[in-house]
Design a binder for this molecule. Structure first.
Ligand SMILES: C[S@@+](CC[C@H](N)C(=O)[O-])C[C@H]1O[C@@H](n2cnc3c(N)ncnc32)[C@H](O)[C@@H]1O
Length: 313
């Protein structure tokens, strides 16, 4: 079927990579019909697994894509049309489109509790679809640092943590390790996706924080306080956000020395690593041990850009 995805506008390339990661991880064949960021039209065998996406706003059944007000021939018993203009790329009014498209659909308009929501996404073109799924921002909201039982300034945003897990291209049930787990944000997202989760951190307080936070979501993980160099076992993927040598502690160790030790260990225990790194120098260290498949810069603030990187052996 043909679906229309509305991706998180802030990081469209990363959101697209996450989408690919989900489909490849779940073994679903697909093709990209059109990219008009943050709107992407896909032909896919299955769409439900795409609900895993952290950087996804909505999934709709695609109806039309056009440069102007679409001529659609649709009958819906009870519906509302909702339009959204992305990044002001087209100077066309969302309210006008809602009215005009609504007039072209046969059926009863119900603006309060419609059975069907017709989504209109305005980017360079006008895309129309019938909504299948809406990522209620509420569920991600409940996992933001301010709503967790224990959080620190290092706590990662749940949508980004989710995207990192999806970049690893693994199916449900995979064994995921976060060896710098901090307050557990990556483990929570992996656990909610049905992964088997393993976490470690050198700081005992962080292990306790992860334990408490995971409990809030009914998740169980194997957690241990240990240095990254002491980890044993085999994992389908490592997904992690190591210290940058700034706000989070390395216990006095030079951060590049730590990355060197970490990548050396990762090579022994997994063939896939998704990691957030602070600069090119740290990416080069990763490339000594793995192949860099893809990398996405995320500007956090003036002096900090994180590079979400996917490495594979
Ligand atoms: C950026 S934080 C991780 C934040 C985490 N993603 C979260 O959302 O809370 C990095 C973590 O690495 C841990 N750490 C620092 N050096 C370590 C080492 N040598 N081995 C294992 N963990 C270490 C720190 O205690 C810190 O919790």
């Amino acid at each position: 079927m043909r679906v229309m995805l509305e991706l998180w506008g802030e990081y469209p390339e990363l959101a697209m990579a996450e989408t690919r990661g989900i489909l490849v991880g779940e073994g679903i064949s697909y093709s990209i019909v059109e990219k008009d960021f943050p709107v992407v039209i896909l032909e896919t065998k299955e769409w439900e697994p795409l609900k895993r996406g952290g950087l996804l706003r909505r999934i709709s059944q695609h109806i039309s894509t056009s440069m102007d007000i679409p001529e659609i021939n649709l009958q819906l018993d009870d519906f509302a049309v909702r339009a959204r203009r992305y990044m002001g790329l087209r100077d066309i009014s969302a309210a006008m489109l809602e009215r005009e498209i609504g007039r072209r659909i046969k059926g009863r308009v119900n603006l309060s509790f419609p059975k069907h929501v017709v989504r209109v996404a305005i980017a360079r073109k006008i895309h129309v679809g019938i909504e299948l799924y809406n990522t209620s921002s509420e569920s991600f909201e409940s996992r933001r640092a301010k709503n967790l039982p224990v959080s620190y300034p290092i706590t990662m945003h749940p949508r980004l943590a989710r995207a990192m897990v999806n970049l690893a291209r693994v199916p449900r049930g995979a064994r995921i390790l976060d060896p710098f787990c901090g307050t557990g944000s990556i483990l929570i997202e992996a656990g909610l996706l049905g992964m088997r989760i393993y976490g470690s951190d050198i700081d005992e307080r962080m292990i306790e924080a992860s334990r408490i936070n995971l409990r809030k979501f009914g998740l169980k993980a194997e957690l241990e306080s240990k240095d990254v160099g002491e980890i044993e076992g085999k994992y389908d993927a490592i997904v992690t956000d190591p210290p940058y040598g700034k706000s989070s502690s390395t216990r006095g160790e030079d951060v590049y020395q730590l990355y060197e030790r970490a990548f050396k260990k990762f090579q022994e225990i997994s063939s896939k690593v998704v990691i957030s790194l602070p600069d090119q120098r740290s990416i080069k260290i990763g490339e000594k041990y793995f192949d860099l498949v893809e990398m996405y810069p995320l500007r956090v603030h003036k002096s900090l850009t994180r590079y979400f990187s996917y490495f594979r052996i």
